[in-house]
Write a protein that binds this ligand. Structure first.
Ligand code: NAP
Ligand code: F7E
Length: 345
C-alpha cells in the first residue's frame, strides 16, 4: 500500500486530495496545526478513531515552521509521496504578514526537502510542491506556460518563487523526484471564505435570503483563470506518476473578470446588476428594486495587483493526460448551489 504525506491536509486542496488518494487505495498521513477548537470541517468526515484497526487516514500535530517535527514525521512515516500544500495562501494577507508568509511558504519547503535529503529518502520518496500562477504576476505573455518568465507581485508570490526554485534545485543537485505543479486559481464549495469567488457566492445567497444588503469588493476588473479544485488535485497525483520529475502548468485556458463572476452569480438567483459610477465610487444596483447591492471597499485593493492570468496547460494534456472537466459557468453553478443550501439556515 502506497503512503502519502500531505502538509495542508485541512485546507481546500488537502481535503480533496485525501479523498482522491484514499479512493486510490493509499494510506494517507497528514499534518495539522493545533488550534483552540478541534473543528476541521473539510476533513472531519475522513477522521478515523485511532483505536480502530485497519485505518488508512492518520493525522499528526505539526507546523511548517518547526523543522524538528517535520524530520520526525518523515522519519516515522517514510512516505512514498509528499504533497506540500501547506501555506499562508492568501495574497492580500501576505502584505500584512510578509515575514510569516516567507517562513511558512518558502522556508517550509526547504525544511521538507532537507528532511528528504538527510534522511536519505531521495530514492524512495517523490515530492510535489504547490506552486502557483501568482509566480507569473505581471506576465508579459498570454497565455502563460512552463516557459513564461516569472514576475511576482506580492510577498506570497515572492515566497512561492523561492519554493519553486529550491524544488528545481534539489531535483538537479540531488536527483530527488521533486516537481512543481503551477496551478492557476481553483475554487469549490470548500474554498476559504475570504477568497473572492467564495465571498461572492456567500454574499449573493445572503442578499437573496434578505440576510445581508451589500457585497463589498475591491478591484472588479482583474481577470483570473478559475478551475474546479477536485479536478486540480487529480493533476497533483498525475504529476507524481509521470516517468520523470517535471514542472506542469495546470489551468482551464479561460479567463474572466471578477465583475463577470459577480454578474453571473447574481443572475443565478435572477438578480440583474446595473453598474453605475467609476473607481471607488462604482456601485452595483439591483435593476428590479433599485437597491445598491455591490459597493467598493478600497481595503480589498492590493498594494500591487496581478491584473490578468490565463494558463496554457497543453503540456499537462500531452504528457500526463490531464484536462479540466468543470469549466467556469459550471463552477459558478456548483458554488451557488452550495451557498444557497448552506446559507438558508
Ligand atoms: P488553503 O485552503 O488556504 O489551505 C492551506 C493549508 O495549509 C491549511 O491546511 C492550513 O492549515 C495549512 N497551513 C497554513 N499554515 C501552516 C503552517 N504554518 N503549518 C502547517 N500547516 C499550515 O489553501 P488551498 O487553496 O488548499 O491551497 C493549497 C496549496 O496550493 C497552498 O500552498 C496554496 O498556496 C497553493 N495554491 C493554491 C491555489 C488555489 O487557487 N487554491 C492555486 C495555486 C497554488 P489550517 O487549516 O490550520 O489553517
Ligand atoms: O483574489 C480580486 C483580487 O483572493 C482574486 C490563492 O489561492 O489564487 C489565489 O490568489 C482576485 C484578486 O485569489 C476582492 O484583487 C476583488 O485580483 O480570490 P483571490 P488570488 O489572489 O488570485 C492563487 C493562484 C494562489 O496561489 C493563492 O494561494 O480578486 N478581488 N475584490 C478580491 N479578492 C478578495 N480576496 N476579496 C475581495 O473582496
Amino acid at each position: 500500500m502506497k503512503k502519502a504525506f500531505i502538509t495542508g491536509i485541512s485546507g481546500q486542496d488537502g481535503s480533496y486530495l485525501s479523498e482522491f488518494l484514499l479512493q486510490k487505495g493509499y494510506e494517507v498521513h497528514g499534518m495539522i496545526r493545533r488550534s483552540s477548537l478541534e473543528t476541521r470541517t473539510r476533513i472531519d468526515h475522513l477522521y478515523q478513531d485511532p483505536h480502530v484497526s485497519g485505518r488508512r487516514f492518520f493525522l499528526y500535530y505539526g507546523d511548517m515552521t518547526d523543522s524538528s517535527c517535520i524530520f520526525q514525521l518523515l522519519n516515522k512515516i517514510q512516505p512514498n509521496e509528499i504533497y506540500n500544500l501547506a501555506a499562508q495562501s492568501h495574497v492580500r494577507i501576505s502584505f500584512e504578514n510578509p515575514e510569516y508568509t516567507a517562513n511558512v511558504d518558502a522556508m517550509g519547503t526547504i525544511r521538507l526537502l532537507e528532511a528528504i535529503r538527510t534522511l536519505r529518502l531521495d530514492k524512495t520518496t517523490k515530492f510535489y510542491q504547490a506552486s502557483t500562477s501568482e509566480l507569473f504576476g505581471r506576465a508579459k505573455k498570454m497565455p502563460q506556460n512552463e516557459k513564461t518568465p516569472f514576475c511576482p507581485r506580492s510577498p506570497y508570490a515572492a515566497a512561492k518563487i523561492y519554493s519553486y526554485w529550491i524544488t528545481v534545485n534539489y531535483r538537479e543537485a540531488y536527483n530527488i523526484f521533486a516537481t512543481n505543479g503551477i496551478l492557476f486559481n481553483h475554487e469549490s464549495p470548500r474554498r476559504g471564505d475570504s477568497f473572492v469567488t467564495k465571498k461572492i457566492v456567500q454574499n449573493v445567497a445572503d442578499i437573496y435570503y434578505n440576510k445581508a444588503n451589500t457585497l463589498y469588493l475591491g478591484n472588479l476588473d482583474v481577470s483570473r483563470d478559475w478551475g474546479y479544485a477536485p479536478d486540480y488535485v487529480e493533476s497533483m497525483w498525475k504529476i507524481l506518476q509521470y516517468e520523470k520529475p517535471e514542472d506542469f502548468v495546470i489551468a482551464t485556458g479561460e479567463t474572466n473578470t471578477v465583475r463577470d463572476f459577480v454578474e453571473k452569480a447574481f443572475k443565478y438567483v435572477n438578480i440583474e446588476i446595473e453598474w453605475q459610477g467609476k473607481g471607488i465610487d462604482e456601485i452595483g444596483i439591483d435593476k428590479k428594486t433599485g437597491k445598491i447591492i455591490v459597493k467598493i471597499d478600497p481595503w480589498y485593493f492590493r498594494p500591487t495587483e496581478v491584473d490578468i492570468l490565463v494558463g496554457d496547460a497543453s503540456k499537462a494534456k500531452k504528457l500526463i493526460g490531464w484536462e479540466p472537466k468543470v469549466k467556469y459557468e459550471e463552477l459558478i453553478k456548483i458554488m451557488m448551489e452550495d451557498a444557497l443550501k448552506t446559507r438558508r439556515l
